[in-house]
Write a protein that binds this ligand. Structure first.
Ligand SMILES: [Zn+2]
Length: 717
């Protein structure tokens, strides 16, 4: 039998810290959410403000000061069950209150200098450490809830480090496991530092396992926060932390401000995904300065890591940081479309049911009710395989938390944007999938994947030898899996380049590449053309039959001074290896594109992916602007291809999307199998039949108008 959480979910968390729970008509709230199409409700059991406060009649945890005789959890569960809404207990596993801290100061997380993490001087919420007896305390609380309430699930929020943590419990744990003293300063190049990073990950994963054990039942879904994958703190936030005194009251820690965000939290996506029943991502894009399409890239990563487990994406309803004030309809519709089109389920946080902005919730209600009618097309699906973009946790852990070099994750985001804008179908895969899944794809993208093991390089070499394509950039394969720099690229044969052992760094912006021979990768350009090529790049020489398509021109002494001569250092190299093809960009082209949006960088990357793939996609579009994202799935056991178009590849970072223009007459082509069965083509929601043409195995149709998100179904009868 299918688990309840494998069906499409439309979820809301009742966030209650600032709600007036003496007056709140909770049953009314639950009824209203039911009418809004919500089928999963996360109900506050243990809060983050005041830290650790219970919203039920706990005999262990302190009650919320306004709780009185009420049992919020029981009321919500009772009302939701009447409406067949699944209920999940929200249990915060990080914050304790002032009383807890004063009784057990040794339970608190400690920064490297020994100070605590709290939001304000009254210590209403203090971050507690799972490597102290706090762990047993919160496990007892979890068990109390699990034993006394008929719940369909548990959402454990924030099992994480919020600081270095240099508490006594952590120092003892680290020493007993590694026989080393817990470091108090970063040292990214050192093996001992990697030991520390992995010990942090393991500490949090072990804590999650214990939480899972005390709460799990066969028909209960357990899931955890996974914060902000593929991202870093926003520059403004980092600047604020760097200029703040160490003991400033802030959740953000100076020493960790520049870390890859999941690494800072100690959140190991792979280990957590093996454990939990629903892969849950927290994706508040404005917190980490990301555009709307970042949601989809993160979800694609979680699809791979979770091996098809259901997902839930917590996203913004409020215009963060203003939680009470709703985002405009355009952004809410686009983001839900983006989440669903990429294979996840939307979760919104309702801050605070009694005073929330009704406009946004009415919009969400409309969207959820529309999705309710689309359920059949959102289940049992597998993406149509074409390109794979590799995310390497090894590279991120080793190299991405320093500001000095372009980051793998940022290069990955730049490449992803180029592929989205060119409607190239892609999954985000991990190193673990190279052995068994790589062969399903036509082309592998390696965006500055600095650390690759010899075995992984061997798998990629074999893939290309047998006809696969590879597109790589910058330091890809220059380091081994332990981070040690090699004297040659691990993929030098495939890429057809020899590394001369130097990097060319360009300080200013007067650096260009001169594009030479006509080739599919550079085809749209005039014969001689200067394209920006700033930043850093590896100095390489082509070997064998490899052909450089562009070369670097040295920067002048000063801005406005004449350009210097050609260096003959290649900036784009194409190669054929065995039966396959490769394109190598020795510079961090993905990050350059992300920063500057140079149109020809986009073309080079997407042309490279197409040329290296050597084969057309089975689903493709025409007359489709680059702001429209295409995803496509086959449904298991059905002769059906389901495509999504989302008007979501937008540039807005700090401001919300308040308006999009509709697009018209996008032409979609779908290659179907050879059976001559009759075909039906329709769009959802609305079940509107569309006319189509059929030529050979290809079905072609026009989508009359796309405003936000549309599902197009091509099925055989
Ligand atoms: Zn600790």
């Amino acid at each position: 039998m299918t688990n309840w959480w494998e069906k499409p979910l439309r979820a809301v968390t009742l966030e209650l810290p600032a709600a007036d729970i003496t007056q709140l008509n909770l049953r009314d709230v639950v009824r209203r959410l039911g009418r809004h199409g919500v089928n999963t409700l996360n109900v506050f059991a243990i809060s983050y403000w005041p830290g650790g406060a219970a919203y039920y009649q706990s005999s262990i945890a302190p009650h919320h000061p306004d709780l009185g005789d009420r049992d919020i959890l029981a009321e919500a569960v009772d009302e939701a069950q009447k409406r067949k809404i699944r209920t999940v207990a929200y249990v915060n596993t990080l914050w304790g209150d002032r009383d807890m801290f004063e009784k057990h100061p040794e339970w608190a997380q400690r920064r490297a200098n020994g100070s605590i993490t709290t939001w304000e001087e009254n210590l209403t919420a203090v971050a507690m450490c799972p490597n102290t007896p706090y762990r047993e305390y919160i496990l007892r609380v979890g068990k109390e809830i699990a034993d006394n309430y008929e719940l369909d699930g548990f959402y454990f929020d924030e099992p994480s480090f919020q600081s270095w943590c240099n508490c006594e419990g952590c120092r003892e744990s680290f020493k007993s496991k590694t026989r080393m003293e817990l470091p108090t300063k970063p040292n990214w190049g050192a093996a001992s530092w990697q030991t520390f990073i992995h010990w942090r990950y393991n500490s949090i994963t072990d804590f999650k396992k214990a939480l899972y054990r005390v709460s799990k039942e066969p028909d209960r879904a357990i899931f955890f926060q996974h914060p902000f994958p593929l991202s870093f703190w926003s520059p403004e936030r980092v600047a604020a932390v760097f200029t703040a005194p160490e003991d400033e009251l802030t959740r953000y820690v100076k020493q960790c401000a520049d870390w890859y965000v999941p690494l800072f939290y100690g959140a190991d996506l792979r280990a957590t995904a093996e454990l939990e029943d629903i892969i849950h991502l927290e994706l508040y894009r404005s917190t980490v300065d990301q555009p709307t399409w970042w949601y989809g890239v993160c979800i694609r990563l979680a699809n791979s890591v979770g091996k098809g487990k259901p997902q839930m994406a917590l996203n913004m309803q409020g215009q963060s940081p203003f939680d009470l004030y709703s985002l405009p309809e355009a952004e809410l519709r686009l983001v839900v479309g983006e989440i669903v089109a990429n294979g996840s389920n939307p979760l919104f946080a309702l801050y605070y049911p009694d005073i929330a902005d009704k406009r946004g919730w009415q919009t969400i209600g409309k969207i959820f009710n529309e999705l309710d009618a689309c359920e059949e097309y959102l289940v049992d699906r597998e993406s149509v395989k074409h390109a794979a973009v590799l995310h390497s946790t090894t590279t991120t852990d080793l190299h991405d938390s320093e500001t000095a070099s372009p980051r793998h994750v940022n290069c990955l985001m730049g490449f992803s944007k180029a592929l989205l804008q060119d409607h190239i179908l892609f999954d985000v895969i991990t190193e673990n999938q190279l052995e068994n899944d790589l062969r399903k794809y036509k082309v592998l993208i390696l965006p500055n994947v600095a650390s690759l093991s010899g075995a992984d390089c061997g798998l990629i070499e074999e893939f290309v030898d047998k006809g696969g394509g590879v597109v790589a950039s910058y330091r890809t394969s220059l380091h081994n899996e332990a981070g040690r720099e090699l004297d040659r690229l691990g993929l030098e044969n495939v890429l057809g380049v020899s590394y001369v052992g130097r990097e060319r760094t360009v300080a200013g912006y007067d650096s260009y590449m001169k594009v030479g021979p006509t080739h599919a990768v550079t085809s749209d350009l005039p014969e001689i053309m200067y394209v920006p090529s700033t930043g850093s790049q590896l100095e390489i020489r082509p070997i064998g039959r490899a052909c450089p398509l562009a070369t670097l021109i040295d920067e002048p002494e000063a801005h406005y001074a004449p350009l210097k001569r050609e260096t003959r250092i290649p900036t784009i190299v194409v190669n054929e290896y065995g039966s396959g093809r490769s394109v190598y960009f020795p510079g961090p082209i993905g990050e350059m594109y992300r920063r500057f949006g140079v149109v020809d960088h986009w073309r080079f990357m997407s042309n490279a992916a197409r040329w290296a793939a050597g084969e057309e996609q089975h689903v493709w579009v025409e007359n489709c602007p680059k702001n429209v994202e295409l995803t496509a799935y086959h449904q298991f056991g059905k002769d059906r291809t389901v495509m999504h178009l989302v008007n979501c590849v937008r540039h807005e970072i700090t401001e919300p999307i308040s308006y999009v223009s509709p697009e018209h007459q996008i032409k979609v082509h779908v290659e179907t199998d050879k059976s001559r069965k009759a075909v039906r083509v329709f769009t959802m929601p609305g079940n509107r039949m569309l006319p189509f043409e059929r030529e050979g195995d290809t079905v072609s149709l026009y989508v009359p108008e796309l405003k936000y998100h549309q599902i197009i179904v091509v099925e055989k009868e």
